[in-house]
Design a protein around this ligand. Structure first.
Ligand SMILES: NC(=O)c1ccc[n+]([C@@H]2O[C@H](COP(=O)([O-])OP(=O)(O)OC[C@H]3O[C@@H](n4cnc5c(N)ncnc54)[C@H](O)[C@@H]3O)[C@@H](O)[C@H]2O)c1
Ligand SMILES: O=C(O)C[C@H](O)C(=O)O
Length: 309
């Protein structure tokens, strides 16, 4: 197996590090436009191999896409992160050009790859990657809901005083401060609904804190987060290369599911060797469906901005 991570910044390097530590592929290419950055980080990571005991060969590249040729999975993390006070959507002007160029270069050298898009605004960058490459929809996966669901479990675990690993919880919709939808009604603690244990106020607080999870970290750190985003990207890579068929919320192209079409948005999907293999379409109540439709409207208006760039 060969995996490429484009963008050797905070998220890309963390994602690559997680992929290497778990020995998810024989060859891992880290590519960045900044001279020497990817080569340096690749060498640094390779120097952990003797300490951590993995055999993945990590190759760094300054914009030489020939090195990425024949990748089975490509993770796109290239682009600007937001600064405190900004929304993810404000990154569209710069990141659309970067993501489009990267996707076209990847396609030339790895026409069979499954592409995971992480760059923000992620829902729109996923839609752009799908339309720019023309690849089958199952091979384009946006990573956002996977991270947001992990943050939702973190918030729940803090209130319940329990292991995050004992929780099942999904965030669907867009990957934006106001567009994501933490589905607390469906969240369980080892099969028992968490709503049994949490007051209405606690539930509201958990949902609100989950929605601004990325903004909260951006304010604290001064740039956006990378540990959980990198780990979330690697979890998707693992489910693909090991054909685990795990269920994650990912941003995928909808064709009528959840009442939406011609849009990429976060819904629960099965991830395996063919990319996203199945959308799990379950019934939302009126309130949840209204939120989902509003989320779709907001993402669609960002997709329209692409036409003006
Ligand atoms: N979807 C998510 O859940 C999620 C989570 C975290 C971050 N992000 C997004 O991921 C992106 C990266 O974040 P980061 O913190 O790693 O930023 P960063 O600045 O640390 O790294 C970005 C890297 O991209 C590189 N780059 C820029 N243009 C390039 C090009 N044309 N080709 C190759 N490389 C290029 C830069 O040189 C830089 O090293 C941002 O857009 C951020 O908003 C998304
Ligand atoms: O918050 C951001 O801008 C980065 C990312 O989307 C995140 O949720 O951590």
């Amino acid at each position: 197996m060969k995996v490429t991570v484009v963008g050797a910044g905070a998220v890309g390097a963390t994602c690559a590090d997680n992929i290497a530590r778990a020995a998810l592929c024989q060859e891992l290419v880290l590519l960045d436009i900044k001279e020497g950055l990817a080569e340096g980080k690749a060498q640094d990571m390779m120097q952990t191999a003797a300490l951590l005991g993995f055999d993945t060969r990590i190759v760094g590249s300054t914009n030489d896409y020939a090195k990425t040729a024949g990748s089975d999975v490509v993770v796109i993390t290239s682009g600007l992160p937001r600064k405190p006070g900004m929304t993810r959507e404000e990154l569209i002007g710069t990141n659309a050009g970067i993501v489009k160029g990267v996707a076209e270069n990847i396609l030339k050298h790895s026409p069979d790859a499954i592409i995971i898009v992480i760059s923000n605004p992620m829902d729109t960058m996923t839609y752009l990657t799908l339309t720019a490459t023309g690849l089958p929809k199952n091979r384009i996966i946006g990573m956002g809901g996977t991270l947001d669901s992990a943050r939702f479990k973190y918030q729940l675990s803090q209130h319940l005083g329990c292991s995050a690993g004992d929780l099942n919880a999904l965030v669907i919709g867009g990957h934006g401060d106001t567009t994501m939808i933490p589905l607390i009604r469906f969240a369980t603690w080892n099969s028992v609904p968490v709503t049994e244990y949490l007051s209405a106020d606690q539930q509201k607080q958990i949902v609100a804190d989950t929605m601004v999870g990325g903004a909260t970290l951006t304010k604290l750190i001064g740039t956006s987060a990378w540990y959980a985003p990198g780990a979330a990207g690697a979890a998707l890579v693992k489910s693909i290369v090991r054909d685990e068929k795990k269920l994650f919320t990912c941003c995928v192209s909808l064709d009528g599911e959840y009442g939406q079409k011609d849009i990429c948005l976060g819904v629960p999907v099965v991830i395996g060797k063919n990319g996203w293999e199945k959308i799990i379409d379950f019934s939302l109540n009126d309130e949840e469906q209204t939120l989902f439709n509003k989320s779709a409207d907001a993402v669609r208006s960002m997709n329209d901005v692409l036409k003006t760039l």
